[in-house]
Ligand binder design. Structure first.
Ligand code: DC
Length: 219
């Protein structure tokens, strides 16, 4: 049996996982799983249906029936039931809603196989919160990428300002802290350092320095 290599990159939101994972997948010629975008797509499905997010059964119904397609070209494009939802994926509202629906164990169980299916030759870079702990516990390479909440909030703030979007640094810091707390304290598949993972703190590193450290690990 061939073991398809997997590199998992877990960590809190805003640590740079997406940028680093995409660059590494491109460099290695491996597939890329942005598991957050699956939870974000579900969040969009729930918001579009105007669901009560406390209604677990209704949320599960969306998770079970949604049809997702991913196109991982230069940038990630996602279709939900045939509709291109790419422009909606990155908003704060969608990120926060994703964190709420992702806390339901039944939702996570429904989305587990969708994520495992990404493990294809020649290899996979999987980015998320529970990649190394739950979805790919046997992964050969595991990284936990983190940075201080203040640094992550300040990066997010700069991104928004560069895009011409009005932003408030204190508000973003607060939201990041709330999201960390919810992701870390939920009962199922909480954000944690997976066993065997190398911890990289990106607070004072450039993106390129992080990429180099991770590539060294795989080689
Ligand atoms: O990585 P992200 O910001 O796109 O993720 C959005 C939310 O989805 C995050 O706050 C928690 C949830 N998530 C999760 O529970 N498990 C994952 N593997 C990835 C994301």
């Amino acid at each position: 049996m061939t073991t398809i290599p997997v590199l998992t990159i877990d960590g809190p939101s805003g640590a740079g996982k997406g940028t680093v994972s995409r660059a590494i997948a491109r460099q290695l010629g491996w597939h890329y799983l942005d598991s957050g975008s699956i939870y974000r797509s579900l969040a969009i499905g729930c918001l579009q249906a105007d669901l009560d997010l406390n209604n677990i059964e209704a949320v599960c119904q969306v998770a079970e029936t949604m049809q997702l397609s991913f196109d991982c070209g230069e940038t990630l494009q996602v279709k939900l039931n045939g509709q291109d939802i790419t422009p909606l994926l990155g908003t704060e509202q969608v990120g926060n809603t994703a964190s709420i629906v992702a806390a339901y164990p039944a939702v996570r169980a429904l989305l587990l196989q969708k994520q495992k299916d990404f493990q294809q030759l020649p290899g996979l870079v999987a980015d998320g919160r529970d990649m190394g702990s739950v979805v790919f516990p046997d992964a050969q390479f595991k990284v936990y990428l983190t940075a201080s909440a203040e640094e992550r909030a300040s990066r997010r703030y700069k991104q928004l300002i560069e895009k011409g979007i009005d932003a408030n640094l204190d508000q973003i810091t607060l939201e990041i802290q709330e999201r960390d707390q919810r992701d870390q304290q939920r009962a199922t598949a909480p954000l944690m350092i997976p066993e065997g993972a190398q911890v990289i703190d990106s607070s004072s590193l450039s993106i390129q320095q992080v990429i180099d450290q991770v590539i060294n690990l795989v080689h």
